[in-house]
Ligand binder design. Structure first.
Ligand code: CTP
Length: 309
């Protein structure tokens, strides 16, 4: 097992540590990066075996009607695989046996603004994105790119299409989803969101393949990180990074920077597509980020803050 990231370095106080100088944090990303193939392969193996990487989504093969699965959002209300849900599952999972050379995992931090990383992101063979970020728009293209191969869709965002049986809502949903390609994965499925089933049904037959995240895969990946220095629930960013590690030969990371300022003291927005205000403080992102930084320093993944034009 690759113990580098489970090492003794204490980062638990990162969040409240006013001595954390962002210039120092940023400096780790400025030198030349060199891949450590041995560590990369070790972590790939660990993440593949710990979490049943071949079952990342619910499919007709890995779940049965009536089966009870955990509800990641609410332990007390487990997910029961209903006939309706089952009917809309994919037969087998789309990434089975698929391997990519270069992958980009893109977080939504405001650090992307002015990064000029769009071309670098789009040059990846597969691009993993979180939470239906706005793509396509010209103003974001230069910094965030347009390509997407795998995108997570949170229930809170699918909710706006709740009345999917209305033609206009259905049309709007399909139109809004046009900016994505590849796979859309509905996060943390439960039985209380009919709109999720409806949106999966609506997307069927189109360019997009819509799937449900497998709760066991998420929870196992979460446990892996809990044992490797991230005590709280992992973010979508870490989840996708973990998934990319199991399918790609090179993992490049963009848009991770959970701090309200950059190394020059300029304000950084929580999201690249919003005004530069920092409104959120969820998960344990600064601590997670220090883990990501460590992986970069150890040569496992390459984090990009600014890209050359
Ligand atoms: N992120 C980051 N710094 C930010 C914002 C986001 O590093 N200022 C990374 C995190 O890994 C996060 C991912 O980008 O999971 C996607 O961002 P966002 O859509 O904002 O995710 P959240 O809703 O904040 O968190 P999650 O989906 O993980 O619950």
């Amino acid at each position: 097992e690759y113990l580098g990231i489970a090492g003794t370095e204490s980062v638990s106080s990162v969040k409240n540590d006013s001595s954390l100088v962002l210039t120092d944090v940023m400096s780790a990303f400025q030198g030349k990066w060199k891949k450590n193939e041995t560590l990369f392969q070790e972590m790939k193996r660990d993440l593949t075996s710990c979490c049943d990487a071949e079952s990342s989504f619910l499919t007709k093969r890995n779940v049965r009607v009536g089966e009870i699965l955990p509800n990641v959002l609410n332990k007390k209300l487990p997910l029961k695989m209903t006939r309706d849900m089952y009917r809309n599952l994919i037969k087998d999972w789309p990434l089975k046996h698929k391997r990519f050379n270069k992958c980009a995992v893109v977080g939504n931090s405001g650090i992307l603004r002015g990064s000029h990383c769009g071309a670098s992101i789009d040059s990846a063979d597969a691009v993993f994105r979180c939470n239906l970020p706005p793509l396509g728009k010209k103003i974001y293209q230069e910094d965030a790119g347009v390509k997407s191969s795998f995108t997570t869709a949170p229930l809170s965002m699918l909710k706006s299409y709740a009345k999917m049986n209305e033609e206009s809502v259905r049309e709007q949903f399909l139109k809004d989803m046009e900016q994505y390609s590849g796979i859309l994965s509905a996060k943390k499925p439960n039985n209380y969101t009919k709109y999720m089933i409806d949106s999966i049904a609506a997307a069927r037959g189109g360019e997009l393949q819509m799937v449900y995240e497998h709760p066991h895969h998420f929870l196992r990946t979460n446990t892996y990180w809990n044992n490797h220095g991230i005590p709280k629930k992992i973010t979508s960013g870490i989840y996708l990074l973990s998934m990319a590690m199991t399918r790609c030969d090179e993992v490049h990371v963009y848009g991770f920077w959970p701090f309200p300022y950059d190394d020059k003291g300029d304000a950084v927005g929580y999201h690249y597509y919003e005004a530069p205000v920092f409104t959120k403080d969820s998960h344990d992102m600064p601590l997670e980020f220090m883990r990501v930084r460590r992986l970069h320093q150890d040569g496992v993944i390459q984090v990009h803050m600014r890209c050359s034009r």
